[in-house]
Design a protein around this ligand. Structure first.
Ligand SMILES: C[S@@+](CC[C@H](N)C(=O)[O-])C[C@H]1O[C@@H](n2cnc3c(N)ncnc32)[C@H](O)[C@@H]1O
Length: 306
């Protein structure tokens, strides 16, 4: 549902965008789903493969798979903990993970005790990752992040622990898992294998803050947070198929985009604290982006964090 505010700007209420990921992912792109749907629907035929080389919580891949926006989806993620969740769900341990979540007796003590012991196998690693993601501040899994103390409505550590919802999301993904291939590894390497195929499209949401270039301290959202951005633009510029990139708004990024033949458009979003943030959409053609109704209007997307 899209509403118009008094000042004419638009709010897309992402409560109407199905939340399909078991993660509450920092930098997650649920708010961008309406635009991604447009991007994937403009072409004459459905892409044969959508590749998401920096998958994280994977909302774009999941949306494409559930909504038949691409024949197949390839998700890539380098972080072994995040990867364990996808390997577990897209392998044969999704039902086990769903049951493990449902039966966990949630309390601050049980979380601390569970996270003390190193995981014995991949599926325990997956469970611990979801537990940390849902009980750490901001869902941040990077070293240095701590457990939620007060949380929403004083619910403390359990304020983002929705076992039934998580179970349902995991079992829903299990139903369509044959459409998704997951690769634990370097997104740039995987991209380079598909550059010549015109039926392959790439949704690229790399880890990025201006802190990557040392100009201001970047918030440490991810364990793996530095990549070669020049190389990423070089690869994206060589791809025969379409590429949609998202980045923080930054002059340095705009220069790289222009140097490789891309157009860019700032897009506004509001986070749960009602802070308006600006990001960049980067693509060869951007005429499919939902345009503001009048000059000077900004599209705003309201992010609901569940
Ligand atoms: C901005 S987040 C992606 C968020 C995702 N679009 C979502 O909606 O949840 C970037 C992700 O890239 C991952 N990453 C960092 N370096 C990578 C690499 N070389 N290859 C693959 N993934 C990488 C990080 O671990 C992080 O999960």
């Amino acid at each position: 549902m899209t509403k118009l505010k008094k000042d004419g700007s638009k709010i897309v209420n992402v409560a109407c965008v199905p939340q399909r990921s078991p993660f509450r992912y920092p930098g997650g792109k649920t708010w961008l789903v309406p635009q991604v749907r447009r991007w994937l629907s403009i072409r004459r035929s459905r892409p044969s493969i959508l590749i998401e080389p920096f998958a994280g919580g994977g909302i774009v891949s999941l949306t494409a798979a559930f909504e038949h926006l691409a024949d197949r989806v390839v998700m890539v993620e380098v972080d072994v903990d995040v990867a364990a969740v996808w390997q577990c769900i897209l392998g044969s341990d999704g039902p086990w993970l769903a049951e493990r979540i449902i039966s966990f007796p949630m309390s601050a003590d049980s979380v601390r005790e569970e996270l003390l012991s190193p995981p014995a196998n991949l599926r325990e690693r997956a469970f611990q990752t979801i537990l940390r993601n849902r009980t750490n501040h901001g869902g941040i899994l990077a070293p240095g992040s701590g457990l939620i103390k007060h949380g929403e409505n004083g619910k403390g550590i359990s304020s983002r622990w929705y076992p039934d919802t998580l179970r349902r999301r995991i079992l829903d993904i299990v139903q369509i898992k044959d459409k998704i291939t997951f690769i634990q590894g370097d997104g740039l390497k995987v991209m380079s294998n598909y550059l010549d195929d015109p039926d392959v499209v790439f949704f690229v949401d790399p880890p990025y803050t201006a802190g990557n270039r040392g100009k201001r301290a970047g918030r440490r959202l991810y364990t793996h947070n530095t990549i070669d951005h020049e190389e990423l633009f070089k690869l994206s510029g060589c791809a025969v198929g379409d590429v949609l990139l998202t980045y923080d708004y930054d002059e340095y990024v705009i220069k790289m985009a222009e140097a490789h033949g891309f157009s860019f458009q700032p897009i506004c979003m509001k986070n749960t604290h009602h802070t308006t943030m600006q990001e960049l959409l980067i693509c060869r053609e951007l005429d499919w982006v939902e345009q503001p109704r009048r000059l000077g209007e900004q599209s705003q997307l309201l992010l609901m964090d569940v």
